[in-house]
Structure formats: C-alpha cells, structure tokens
Write a protein that binds this ligand. Sequence first.
Ligand code: PEP
Ligand code: MG
Length: 572
Amino acid sequence: MAQYTGVPVSPGRVIGTIRSMAPPVAEPPAKEALPEGADREAEASRIPAAASAVQATLGRLAERAQGEARKILEATAQMAADPSLTQTAQGLVHSGGKTPERAVWEAGDQVATMLEGLGGYMAERATDVRDVRARIVAELRGEQAPGIPESEEPFVLTAIDLAPADTATLDPERVIALITSDGGPQSHTAILARQLGLPAIVAAKSIHEFADGTEVFVDAGLGTITDEVTEEHQHFAEAWAELQRNPLTYEGGGGVLGDGTRVRLLANIGGAKDAAAAAAANADGVGLFRTEFLFLDREDEPGVEEQTAAYAEAFTHFPGKKVVVRTIDAGADKPLPFLTDAEEPNPALGVRAYRTSWEKRSVLTNQLDAIAAAAQSSDVKAWVMAPMIATVTETEDFVSLCRERGLEPAGIMVETPAAAVTADRHLGACDFASIGTNDLTQYTMAADRQLGSLAHLNNPWQPSVLALVKATCDGARTAGGDPEAFGESANKPVGVCGEAAGDPGLAVVLVGLGVNSLSMTPRSLPAVAKVLSTVTLDQARELADRAVAARTAEDAVSAVRAGLPILGELGL
Ligand code: PEP
Ligand code: MG
C-alpha cells in the first residue's frame, strides 16, 4: 500500500480511479523531414484528416460543456477547421519535404505570430492556435490528446498543474477530485477547484507514482491519497456523495454558533458579475472587493468616471449591506504596466499594493474619489481598506486620505507580520482590519505563494500564522473603540478575507481566535455556516488554542479535526 500527502485546498472525500493528464506535446525536431521519394501528396493529405478529427473531438467536448467553457471549446474547434493552418502546413510538406507533424508545428507558429502582430482580440487567439496545433500533432502521431483525458467514467485527475485552458475543459461531472504534484494553495488550479467545489490537493509530489487505473481514496480535507481503500473510507465517500446530492444551503443572516454568537459571513468578489453571484448565495455583504481586476491588462489607468461606474454597478447587488472595497493591489502576482516596475528582483517584497502610492499618488487618490462617488450614489455601506500595510505611518496616511473624502470606516489589510504584531497601534489609527491570510502566510513563512515547491510552507494552518492572527485580534481588543460602531459587535472589527476563511475547520479556529467576520468564495458559505453552528464560542476558543499550540501545520489540522466530528460526518 502507498499513501501520499499534499496540501489540501478544497475539501471532499472520494474513491475513484486515477487518470493522469497527458503530458504536453513535444515539438517535432526542426530537421525532421520525409524520406527521399516519399509520397508528399499522400503525406500532406493526412493533415486535413487529422484536423477534422480534432475538430470533431473538440465539438463533442463543447456539446457536453456549459457557459464560458463551451464558448472556448467551440472557438477552438472552429480554429481546427480553419484552412489557413492546414493549407500552410500542407504547403510545407509539398515544397519543403517536411513531415506532416513538423509542418503543422511550423504552420501553427506562423499563424500564431501573424495573429500576435494584429494585436488585441486577434492576439489572444494565438494561444488557441498553439493548442490546436498540439492536438493535430498528437492526432498525427496517434498519441493521447494533450489536456484532460476523455473518459465516460468519473475519475480522479492527476496532473503536474493545470493551464488556464485546461480548466475550461474540466467537467466536474467526470472529474471527481483533482490532485497536482505542483501548484500552490493560491494557484489558478486551487482557486478553480474551490469555485467548483471540487475536492483538490496540490503539491502532492509523489502522486505520479500511482499508475493510471489505480483505485484510490482521496481525503482532500486532510490532503492524503491512499491506494488502500477501507470500509471506513467507503463510509466517508458515501457521506460526501450524499452531501453532493443534498447540498447544504445557506439562508443568510450570518453564521450562528451553537451558543448564539454571531459571525458575519461575507463574499469575496472581483466585480459586478461576482457580486450578483454572491448576493444570490445570500452573503451578508462583501468582505473583499478586489478592485484590481478592473485595472489588469490595461496599458493606462482607467478614468475616475469609468471606475465610479464599475464600483457603483457592483454596489447595486448589496443595498443596505457592507461592501469592503480594497484599493488597488498591484505588483507581484498582479503586475500593472502603468504602476509597477517589472524589473524588480523580488516583486513580492517590492513596491506593490499601497506602496505604489508613494511615487504615484494620483492612482490611489483617483480611486478613492471614484469609490466615494460610487458610494454616494448607492446605499451600500462602503468600507475601504488598503492592502499590504506595514507601518502605522502608512495606516495614518491612508486613513487621512479616506477621511478627506468622507470615506468611513477606513481600515487596513493585515498581510505583513509587521502589521500583525503592532495591530494595537494600527487599530488605534484606523477603524477595522481584515487579515489577508494568503499574503500573511507567504510573508510569515518567507515562502513565495506562487511557488508549488513551497506549498507545504504556504499553508495557513501553520501555527506561526495562526499566532499572528491571534496577535491581530488581541491588538484590536487593546485598541478598544466603540463596540457598536459601524454595526459590528466588536470593538474594532477584525475579519479574515484570505482563502483560510472558506475552510470550515479553519473558520472555527479563526472565530476562536477572535475574528468576527469571514469573507470567502460564495460556494464555501453553506459548509462554513454549518460547521460553525456545531460549536460554542468556548469550544471554538479551545480548538483555536490547540491549533496555535500545535507543533506543525499537520498537527494543527489533526487536532482541530478530532474536535470537529461534523467534518467527517459531512465527508469534508
Ligand atoms: C490575501 O492576501 O489573503 C488576500 C485576500 O489578498 P490577495 O489574495 O488578493 O492578495
Ligand atoms: Mg493579499
């Protein structure tokens, strides 16, 4: 028997058969040519035949897909039928004596480069051309198509990591769990899995030791995969399957602990579309509005009017409710050409987030003007916070910019250990704090959140990270303040808006540490609300003490799970 461990990123327990993602298609050697006297006509004619086969496969996948994925697949299928690629490739066989594989490879490059030269929408299609090219080459070689394997039976997908295009073809009806050997808890793959509610484990380095076809039990709450499937595992998997048939629901109104203590349950959004989904999921408001999505892929700063309209549109979904708007968080994993320096040697430790306002003040002040205008024209309770604050001077500066515009409450994100350990002084200078556990973990552990190789460090269950969450909550108590201010039942409210807030076991710990609101992807709301309802505040505090006192992140997970039987009962 073998058991491998990775970092759990989206809970669930399943039994299934391993199917691994096909490796990327290797480039045919540049000098690959047809032998002397080969029938070039016959060889060239294999190209349109292979392209038609690819088109048919993509068409079949498109029929089974929904929404955005369907559109992407339909567009890619059309690309396979486009004669410009196949005719160029056939020409290279005829005139240059290239093999069909090499000819398709080169023709794909030519078409993609041409599209890139056209810029804009056409340039974005270049990636599709390269994808189609790889599929045609695989077809010509009789290899498995790159990407997610086709299977009528549900399976456990294993991969090194997923590319954004692969995620479009990921059908949650067939893929019942996702395990990658690379990728971190904040990777694209992890975020997608959480959005889909798909059990997922990342950074399971040895997962490829399991051969295709091996039956395994996946515990994505713990992060383990084993090929010894026991009767107990069957029960766990049945509980999870039952949860899928009868999903938990969340009626809104916040989380209520077993003793009646209330915890605000909010949603993370990136724009108006997400806001609509969050409102439909009964979120009590928005705990993190990531505004930089409006700025990404832009050469220039969007104007104040455009920004105002975008914020106001998102606000319409939460009348009378709290919406916490985070000011622009550019740099590191979110570079912006007009604001950040792409040449910095260590961008995560560079001039990012709030720090960009030191040199280019107007980007922040324009944004605050737009938020103030949008808030005025709507009836949300707009809260504003700055990311990546380290010193109290920065907090004071940000708060004064907000006050000048009548923006209240004004707060900070606690993402640096510096802010966590001086939280009393920060909260003396501002109205609230929201802990960004994704960045707080990367800075506490000195581990780049984008590196799969450091995923085991980038785990918010690390006792050192939990100790800093506790330090922040203790700081808020010391800072005092009006318990009724801004309608929160805490002196100076402290929320969590990093991915940790959507992990039901960790949510209990965070509440036990003193956090009074949790903001997450809307899909996580029902499970978090359900698990919170099974503990009293005293029990949550005791579990939090155990987690902070644990030797390792793994010990913290085990200690808390042992005290939360509901997680096992639900298959989480
Ligand atoms: C965080 O760091 O936890 C956070 C919520 O911000 P982001 O993930 O956008 O950096
Ligand atoms: Mg952050």
